[in-house]
Design a protein around this ligand. Structure first.
Ligand SMILES: NC(=O)c1ccc[n+]([C@@H]2O[C@H](COP(=O)([O-])OP(=O)(O)OC[C@H]3O[C@@H](n4cnc5c(N)ncnc54)[C@H](OP(=O)(O)O)[C@@H]3O)[C@@H](O)[C@H]2O)c1
Length: 342
């Protein structure tokens, strides 16, 4: 029998407590993973400190894991026992503790996991799942930017373009890589120090968002392309507005945000905005989850054309270190993802 331990948040603003976790039950389409590394996301400390999603406590959270497959459900075809996998844990959507990531064992639906190659470490693999899922929701869902799916080994130019605002973070770096792999001309913003990193992800032009003329520089870099819209991974009032200014100058477009747009915000003529939730690629539009986690990532990670970025910043080992991970993520990271090994 498996003895599962988990890092629980006992109550809002409570200290993480490591104690026994739920016993795994593996459904037909589920995979049981023994976790070897987990990554920390902004939503984790936002749930602990502000209960941003209105959850009941005590709760186990955690979205990003990598580890080894221990058991598969009867209808699972993607992976088998012993495979190394990275997985987006969707406990925040199912509200089942065993579907969360901050524990020794997690049960994950097949749709949100991919095998990863021997050349990648567990620490590297853990940085991918939520970033790639959130990016995919905004880029590929029909009611979002609706880009063509990426195909391993091919990036036929489509003639279309997007802007990615905040491209050195987890969501932004994955959005740049995916859109470039879809053959889209990507113009991206980040701090000056991260420009080479973002170019290496496939952005055609990188603009420093601190520069006063950033909007004009972006518009110039988009000339000659068919502008589809913007992906704002930061979602501050000024980043929504800057994306809106670009879109208006380009004749209109859709701005996708990782948070909901502020009510009554004026973004310009012909400009629409909406926020996305990563979970929708598993629960509402599973064709997107399959296109990325089944049809693209396994091959693209193996060939090296898709990179696990931004790099992991390992802050400790063991479930007890996840609290340190929350502190490091909350303090702020630049082109790095906070990881704890297990
Ligand atoms: N809706 C969903 O399902 C979902 C899923 C995941 C994340 N999110 C949300 O998406 C947001 C981003 O998450 P993440 O994991 O990508 O964060 P992250 O990796 O922590 O973001 C770090 C990046 O933010 C950039 N940044 C910080 N302040 C900025 C500013 N004022 N203007 C522009 N860029 C700035 C930094 O860029 P430089 O260092 O280059 O300056 C840094 O590289 C968070 O609010 C998170 O809660 C939502």
């Amino acid at each position: 029998m498996i003895h599962n331990r988990a890092a629980w948040i006992p109550q809002v603003r409570g200290q993480l407590e490591v104690r026994d976790g739920p016993e795994p039950q593996v459904g037909e389409f589920d995979v049981l993973i023994e976790n070897k590394a987990v990554a920390i996301n902004p939503v984790d400390w936002k749930i602990r400190d502000f209960n941003v999603l209105g959850k009941k406590y005590p709760i186990i959270i955690g979205e990003d894991v990598s580890g080894n497959v221990v058991e598969v459900g009867s209808s699972v075809t993607k992976v088998k026992k012993g495979d190394r996998v990275l997985a987006y844990c969707i406990g925040l959507g199912t509200n089942k503790p065993i579907n969360a990531g901050f524990q020794n064992y997690s049960v994950v639906p097949e749709i949100t996991l991919s095998p990863f190659p021997e050349s990648m470490s567990y620490e590297q693999a853990a940085v991918v799942p939520l970033g790639v899922s959130t990016a995919s929701a905004g880029l590929y869902q029909k009611d979002c930017l609706n880009l063509p799916y990426p195909k391993p080994g091919s990036r036929e130019p489509t003639g279309t373009s997007i802007l990615v605002w905040g491209s050195s973070g987890s969501v932004g770096a994955n959005a740049v890589q995916l859109a470039a792999a879809s053959g889209v001309h990507v113009v991206a913003t980040c701090s000056k120090k991260n420009a080479d990193f973002v170019k290496g992800l496939g952005a055609k032009h990188v603009v420093d968002y601190n520069d006063e003329s950033s909007v004009d520089q972006i518009v110039e870099a988009l000339q000659g392309t068919k502008f589809v819209g913007a992906y704002d991974s930061i979602c501050l009032e000024n980043t929504w507005k800057a994306c809106g200014a670009v879109a208006e100058k380009m004749g209109g477009g859709l701005i996708i945000g990782t948070l909901q747009p502020p009510e009554n915000i004026e973004l310009g003529e012909g400009v629409k905005a909406k926020g996305v939730f990563a979970i929708t690629i598993a629960l509402q539009q599973p064709e997107v989850g399959n296109a990325i986690f089944r049809d693209y990532l396994p091959a693209a990670l193996k060939s090296g054309e898709y990179k696990a970025k931004p790099d992991p910043k390992v802050v400790g080992h063991g479930l007890e270190s996840i609290a340190d991970g929350f502190a490091a993520q909350k303090k702020g990271v630049s082109a790095a993802k906070v990881v704890v090994t297990l």
